[in-house]
Design a protein around this ligand. Sequence first.
Ligand code: SF4
Length: 680
Amino acid sequence: MQIRTVRTVCPYCAVGCNVIVTSDGKRIISVVPSKRNDINYGSLCIKGWKGFDAVTSKERLKNPMKRTERGFVEISWEEAVDIVVKNLSEIKRKYGPDALAFIASARCTNEDNYLMQKLARQVFGTNNIDHCARLCHSPSVEGLISTFGRGAATTSIADLDNAELYFIIGTNITEHYPILGARIINNVMKGKKLIVADPRNIHIAKFATLHLRLLPGTDLALLNTMANVIVKKGLYDKKFIEERTENFDEYLKVIEYYDLERGSKITGVDPELIEKASVLYATSRSVILYSLGVTQHVQGVQTVQAIANLAMLTGNVGKPGTGVFPIRGQNNVQGAGDMGALCDFLPGYVRVDDENGRRKFEEAWNCKLPSKPGLSLPEMFWEAYKGNVKAMYIMGENPVISESELGIVEEALKKLEFLVVQDIFMTETAEFAHVVLPAKSFAEKLGTFTNTERRIQLIRPFLDPPGNALDDWKIFQLIARKMGYDWNYNSPEDIMAEISKLVPQYKGVTYDCLSENGVQWPVNESCKGTEILYTEKFARSNGKGRFMPAHWERPSDFPDEEYPFILTTGGIYYQYTTGTMTRKVHILEREAPSPFVEINPEDAKSLGIRDGELVTVKSRYGELDVRARISDSVPRGILFIPFHYREAPVNRIVNPHIDPKARTPEFKVTAVKIVKKVIQ
Ligand code: SF4
C-alpha cells in the first residue's frame, strides 16, 4: 500500500478551492484545505470536505458497455471504439456531418474539452459542439465580449478584499459558492458595504446594507434605473467615460426612460432603496457579482451588458477593488468555453464564421473547418426530436435532468439512431445510450481546470481508476486514430502545449508554471498571468469599452389568472447540479435528501397548504408533484424549487424560451399554479 499526498482542486463549483488529499490509491484517507493559495486559504465548504467520497462509490463505471436485448453488457475497449467509429461515420456518410452532435463537459478538464471539440470539428466536420455554459453563462460570454472584449471576470478573488462595496445581483452566493460567500461576509463584518438584489431572502441578504427584493426578471430595469439616478445626480465618472468608452450618448437616451418612479413600478422595489443603492454603488470602490439569476433570462445578454454599462458609467472596472464578476457554476465551465466547446466559438473565442481566425486552426489541424455556427445545446435536442440530428456523443453531462423541456429531451434521445455517453456513473442520460464509455474522474487524472477568476490550475491524480476507465482525452484519441487521424498525444501536458500555441489567452502556459497556484489568463510568454483586466485598455479591437444599452421587456412567461405564481429555480448548499456525485455522498444526502417547493406562509394559508404536504406545481409546459416547504424566504406570489432532484425534475416544467443571442433558456421565470395533490 503506497500512501500518496497530492495538492489538487475541488471538483464542484468554479471557485476552485485548493485541497490536499491523502490516499492509498484505493481510498481517500483525508481531504484538507490548502493554506497556500489566494482562493480558500484554509477553508472548504461541506462539498469540499465530504464530497470527494463520491468517486469511490461502488457504482462507478468500470468497463465499456453496449445495449443489447438483454440490457447493457460489458465489452472490450476495442469493440466499443469500433462500434462508436462505425456508427458515427456511417451516420455522417448518410446524412452529413451536421446530423452528429457533441456535448462536452464543464466537469472535465481543459485538455478533455479541447480534444472533444477538435474531434467534432476536425474529425467529423461539424460545429455541433456545445456544453452546459449554454444553460448558464453564455450570456456572460456574449455580454462581456460585446462591452469589454473578453467573456470573463475582470478581477480576481483576492482582489475582492480591496473593494469597499459588493453589489450581489442574481446569485445565492453562500449556497452555490460558499467559500466566495464567506469571504464577502467576512469583509462586510469588517465594515464593507453590501447591496443584495434578489427576490428571495437569501442567506447573504441578512448581512446586506440594502436588500432590493426585485420581481424576478426585472434586473435589467433595476440596472437601468440605477444608471438613471447616477447620471441625474452627476455621480458618473466623466473622465473614464470620455477616455475609455464609446456609445455613451446612445446609453443616455435609453436610461433616461427609467426614472425612479418607473423603475420602482417595474421592479417592485421601493424608489428610496433604489436611490440609496445607486448612490452607494457610484460613490464606492465597487464590484458587481452575479450569476444565473441574471443570465437565465430571455434578456440575459442585455442584462449582463447593463451590468458592464453600470461599471463603466462609474469607472468601477480595471482598477483594484472594482470590476464585474460573473460567478461561474461548474468547476471548469470557464475552461470549457475557453477551449471552444461552444457551437459558435473555436478555442480562444474565435468566432467560427471569422475566416481569418479559422485559418489558424485549419493550418494547425490540417483540415477545412465548417464556418456555419453549430446547434446550441437546446437546439441539438429540438433537432434530434425533429429527426434531423441522428447521433449524439455526450461527455460528463446529464441533460435528462439538466436541460429544459425534459419531455422533448427524452423523446429526442429515444429517436437517435446512435447515442454514446461517456461518464463516471450510469446517469439518467446514460440509460438511453447505445454505448456507455467509462471515464476517469478528476481524482484519477492529470489536467487543468480554469476557475471563475480565469485561474488555470493543475489537478493531480490520487486514486487508481476503477476497472478499465480511461482518461476522456485518451478515449477521443482512440476514436480519432481509428478514424485515420494522426493524433499522438502522450499526456495532457502534450495537449496543453498545443493549446498554448493556438489560444492566445493560454499563450505561455506550461504545467511547470502552474504547479504552485496556477495563473490567471491572459498569460504571457513567461507564464505571467493577469489579475485585473483592462487596467489600461479594453480588449475590443479599438481598446474602448462599449456601452450597450437595451430597454427592459417583460419576461416571456408571466403570471396571469390561470398561472398566478412565478416559479424560480436554483441550487442548495448540500447538493450540486443534477446530483450525480453529491447524491452518492451519505452526509450530503442525509442533510438534503429530497426536493421541495418553497411557498410563502401567506400564500400557503390562502391555499390551505400545510408544511410537508404533497402539492402539484403546474406550468404551461408540464407539472410535477413535490412537498411544500413553508418559508418566508420567498415573497408572496413566488415559488422556489431546487434543480437537483430526479424525483422532481423541475426543468420539466420551466419556461423554455431562449435568449436570441446566447440561446440560454429563461429558467428563472415561469408562470405556474400550485394545488394540493389529490390522492385517489
Ligand atoms: Fe468546492 Fe466550491 Fe465548496 Fe470551494 S466553495 S470547497 S470549490 S464546492
